[in-house]
Design a protein around this ligand. Structure first.
Ligand code: AHR
Length: 651
């Protein structure tokens, strides 16, 4: 009896052990013989919106806040002293305000003004800054003059230059400063130094060294961080700011092009959307406008994807109807969309193509995609979209149109809109999801069952939102696991863009975000590295990957997909292990010839689920790279617990 019992226990423990081994080791088959769907070059991209001071105060390198005195409070961002008056008949029709500085009547009473910048004016030791201003003499004198100073946080000037204004006509004056020291929280001060009066407009300070060295350019480290993602598509300019809180404040792209001084200021709804993150000085100058967006897309090698307003102001913030353009009155909105296509692609002799050419880009931007509407819902959306579609399809059948499935990843609005988008035959449907880890892990199989006959999918805004809303490792790993589902379903998922992209540490409204920055430095989140690993290892064709003929969508914590890169001649394996155990994966590549091949292994891993990359520790979790060999048609890999792995096998 005792022997039988012992035997039973021994057998049970062997079985238990075996099942443990089985759980830890997986036989994965990759079909190399028959590469599957092509992976679009738009598959992994970026979405830019001026939220969290992403544009003004962020990517747009201008350091002066309210440079044209056209904020509703004309002197917001400025301190004035002495005799300063705001006038409104300036040289730029769309931004008519400027300041007049006059002598106080007493040599010891000074006149001037100082700007606080965006969370301070920050300059770096030895870097050069271009100060510019539009000015005219406003007295009977032939000349007037003023001094421009950089002032540090302790109120000490540490760099000054004099400017003489020599004309009664408006003219642009500029000079270049070299900063003698680094200052995070400085200001720019202007001292009037002559006896009469001078008018000043559009007072600007830019680093000389911007992305690609352009004047009116982009902050170099931030633009470089975008470039380094290798984004296949660039969606802009929003987001909710496309819709506006009301139609008057929607993003009107026509106000964002042409001479920068004359681009009409708009409010930024993110200044008041969350009262617990309230920023009343947050406006859109459109210094970073549609021309600059197209240029950036071109620089990054990404397909530009502008979104236009569909005649609906933000549906969250408005009840039904009063903030909508009647279906019969959409003409201006539809024309804006058609004109945008002309601006991007039209010949230099066309009205809007000429605007582009005059701005410095005679060659077309080669626009292929257009999104109509952001997060819309209800029948009011398809009935308006239909009007746009007819006009765009007639005039520009070459443009692919993107429709919306609403703000949710499932539910009533989503269920209503997808069939509507199919009925209207949009080319792609934009889906948005900001969801917790569990949703992302369970959602890795989301697209496996999507209808293959309808429009393609554009995951236009997504991010894993942990409870504490941090850009922690757990969220990044969940996204990495979920994204294997994008790749596996590349026949239907054609575009994806994480959101939002940027956040200023001193002025954010929404998190998590891909890249955090202050006025000097930026930090790439762990989520950024996940995006980068996908962007750099996108592949050109899906390779079917399965265990027992079933895709790996979380069995024992393993998510896996594979791709072939026909151009680089590589097999790319992506594997996320969300369990806290290591796993052994035995790959077999059917159809792969015998031979020995070099493999590069990149891993992103941490035992700490809540860890983040921070300013103090920007490299807390970054990819690390190793190498190994793969032989014949098999490959055994040990996958570390809680890790995302990319193996690139050189064929
Ligand atoms: O990405 C932040 C916001 O989220 C976008 O503006 C909007 O489309 C969504 O609600």
């Amino acid at each position: 009896m005792r022997t039988t019992k012992l035997l039973a226990i021994a057998i049970l423990s062997i079985l238990l052990n075996l099942s443990h081994i089985n759980a830890q080791s997986k036989n994965v088959v990759v079909d190399f013989k028959k590469p599957g769907a092509p992976i679009q070059n738009t598959m992994y991209g970026i979405f830019f919106e001026d939220i969290n001071y992403g544009a003004d105060g962020g990517l747009y390198a201008e350091k002066i806040k309210n440079r044209s005195f056209d904020f509703p409070q004309n002197l917001m961002g400025w301190n004035i002293f002495g005799k300063v008056t705001v006038k409104n008949d300036g040289p730029f029709q769309n931004n008519p305000n400027y300041v007049r500085l006059a002598h106080s009547g007493h040599d010891h009473k000074h006149t001037g003004l100082e700007n606080e910048g965006f969370f301070g004016i920050t300059v770096e030791k030895d870097a050069e800054y271009r100060f510019s201003v539009w000015a005219r003499v406003a007295s009977d004198n032939a000349n007037e003059s003023f001094r421009v100073e950089l002032v540090d946080r302790d109120n000490h000037p540490f760099g000054a230059e004099n400017i003489t204004i020599d004309s009664k006509e408006w003219k642009k004056y500029q000079l270049v400063f070299k900063a003698r020291k680094t200052e995070m929280k400085g200001k720019l001060r202007i001292f009037f130094t002559s006896k009469g009066a001078v008018d000043l407009e559009h007072i600007s300070l830019f680093p000389v060294e911007t992305w690609k060295g352009r004047e009116n350019g982009l902050r170099k480290d931030l633009a470089q961080a975008l470039y380094d993602l290798k984004p296949g598509v660039f969606r802009f300019p929003g987001g909710c700011i496309v819709e506006g809180t009301d139609l008057e404040t929607r993003y009107d792209w026509k106000n964002s092009v042409g001479q920068v001084e004359n681009r009409k200021l708009n409010e930024n709804r993110w200044h008041y959307t969350f009262t617990n993150r309230f920023n009343p000085d947050y406006f859109q100058t459109y210094g970073l406008g549609f021309y600059e967006y197209f240029l950036l897309a071109e620089d990054m090698g990404s397909e530009p994807l502008p979104i236009v307003n569909v005649g609906l102001a933000c549906q969250y913030q408005n009840g039904c109807c009063e903030a909508h353009v009647a279906v019969g009155d959409l003409h201006e909105y539809v024309q804006d969309a058609l004109d945008l296509i002309e601006f991007a692609n039209g010949s230099v002799t066309s009205k809007w193509g000429k605007v582009r050419a005059d701005m410095g880009h005679p060659a077309p931007f080669n626009l292929k995609f257009l999104g109509v509407g952001n997060e819309q819902w209800g029948p009011e959306y398809p009935e308006r979209l239909e009007v746009f579609m007819k006009a765009i399809r007639t005039k520009h059948p070459e443009i692919k149109i993107i429709g919306s499935s609403g703000p949710q990843s499932e539910g009533k609005d989503f269920e209503y809109l997808w069939p509507e988008m199919k009925r209207l035959k949009v080319d792609l449907v934009d889906e948005h999801y900001y969801r917790p880890e569990k949703w992302f892990l369970e959602g890795a199989a989301r697209y496996d069952s999507y209808d293959r006959k309808g429009p393609k999918v554009f995951a236009g805004e997504y991010a894993c939102h942990p409870r504490n809303r941090k850009n922690n490792f757990e969220s990044a790993l969940s996204e990495a696991a979920f994204m294997t589902g994008f790749e596996r379903n590349a026949d239907i998922v054609h575009m994806t863009t994480y959101a939002p992209l940027f956040a200023h540490v001193d002025g954010w409204q929404w998190r998590p975000d891909l890249i955090w920055f202050d006025n000097l430095k930026s930090v790439k989140s762990i989520n950024y590295y996940v995006q980068q690993l996908y962007g750099h290892n996108a592949g050109t064709h899906v390779l079917k990957t399965s265990e027992n003929k079933v895709p790996l969508t979380g069995q024992e914590g393993i998510y896996a997909s594979s791709a072939l890169d026909k151009k680089k001649n590589e097999i790319i394996l992506k594997i996320a292990n969300v369990s806290s155990e290591k796993r052994t994966l035995n790959y077999t590549f059917t159809g792969l010839k015998k031979g020995e091949r070099k493999v590069t292994h990149t891993i992103l891993t941490s035992a700490d689920a809540d860890i983040e990359n921070t300013f103090e520790n920007p490299n807390a979790v970054v990819p690390s790279i190793g190498s190994m060999l793969q032989k014949d048609n098999t490959f055994e890999v040990e996958i570390a617990p809680r890790s995302f792995n990319v193996y690139v096998i050189k064929l």
